[in-house]
Design a protein around this ligand. Structure first.
Ligand SMILES: [Zn+2]
Ligand SMILES: [Zn+2]
Length: 344
């Protein structure tokens, strides 16, 4: 089978590999129909993810068809269409039972990082009963492509902030995860402030009506802008999906007193936590690392037409052109939110 492999830092190729086999009784083999490229894949090929193993097949987003199941698999059957969770989890350990699947004692982010991933014709998924979700019959594979990673991350921010109707939610970052946070907050009838330093991302969000206000902090006084649209108080909730140089500082500064600030973005550097300046603001901070535990709920929302992530897929390319797709996603020579990689 064809697969897209991380060979080492700045070295990645389409290769020919053996079709994976069932290794344990909890495994499921999935024939991929569509996969996608994530910013984390770019971090891996740059050599910035120390836990990523050289020689693995990349990709942790994907949908496909079950072709083989281990003896312990109870929820899935051959030919079921499934969405793949970016997190492999056992469903039974201390953390899994509490819903904190990102901290599963036997799993975590494994696929496309420490074990072979989804940018391939077939993939072996451990703990398939938990790490896969059956796609309802009337949903197309493409409609469910982003459920297991980007949409789950976007929803995670919304959930951490406990967003309610009429809340004013500032969402920093209008990339794939930021857009998904906007979609989820919109579903809860919140007022949304979209913040990004890239005008083309704000324009894309505006064109699709994802938010109520759009601000580029490089072109305005962002604290003042947010105060102006929040009765002078600041945002009720802040979802930080960017993980940029100054976005942590921005997040707590635009929050109103007693707000929840959810830090979903991944920072490359340590951040300064100026407690004397924050004193009296009584903020609640929640930190990221997605617990993608709501995939069935998200699939239901898609089925009920409450949410759709299809607009995020700006490009579709076949697995044979995966290297070109990586270059495009990495260099963004043209406007690109998500690339769907089709596998036949
Ligand atoms: Zn990802
Ligand atoms: Zn577990």
């Amino acid at each position: 089978m064809k697969a897209f492999k991380y060979i080492g830092k700045e070295n990645y190729e389409l290769t020919t590999e053996e079709i994976p086999k069932i290794k344990t009784e909890n495994d499921v083999i999935v024939k991929i129909t569509i996969a996608s490229i994530c910013t984390s894949d770019i971090h891996i090929i740059k050599g910035k993810v120390p836990r990523a193993k050289e020689g693995i097949i990349l990709g942790h987003e994907g949908v496909g068809i079950v072709t083989e199941i281990g003896k312990n698999i109870k929820k899935l059957k051959i030919n079921d269409h499934v969405t793949i969770n970016c997190i492999t989890f056992c469903g039974e350990c201390y953390y899994c039972k509490k819903g904190y699947i990102n901290n599963c004692e036997k799993g975590g982010w494994e696929i496309g990082c420490r074990i072979n991933g989804t940018l391939s014709e077939y993939v072996r998924i451990p703990y398939g009963d938990y790490s896969l979700n059956k796609i309802p019959n009337n949903i197309k594979d493409i409609d469910a492509l982003l459920v297991g990673d980007v949409l789950s991350s976007g929803y995670f921010g919304c959930d951490l902030c406990n967003v309610k109707e009429n809340d004013i939610v500032a969402i920093i970052g209008a990339g794939p995860v930021g857009i998904c946070s906007m979609l989820c907050c919109k579903m809860r009838n919140a007022k949304i402030i979209s913040i990004d330093i890239k005008d083309e991302c704000l324009e894309f969000a505006k064109k699709n009506n994802y938010a109520d206000y759009y601000f580029n902090p490089n072109k305005c006084d962002i604290v003042k802008c947010v105060l102006d649209v929040s009765n002078g108080r600041g945002a009720d909730c802040v979802i930080e999906d960017a993980g940029g140089e100054n976005t942590f500082e921005m997040a707590w500064k635009i929050a109103r007193a007693n707000a929840i600030v959810a830090l979903v973005g991944m920072y490359e550097k340590d951040q300064i936590f100026p407690l004397p300046q924050m004193y009296g603001k009584n903020l609640v901070f929640k930190t990221g690392g997605v617990d993608a535990v709501h995939c069935d709920e998200l699939l239901n929302m898609i089925q009920e037409n409450k949410i759709s992530t299809n607009q995020l897929i700006t490009h579709t390319m076949p697995l044979s052109k995966c290297k070109d797709a990586f270059e495009l996603f990495r260099n963004k020579n043209e406007f690109c939110i998500k690339i769907a990689i089709t596998v036949d």
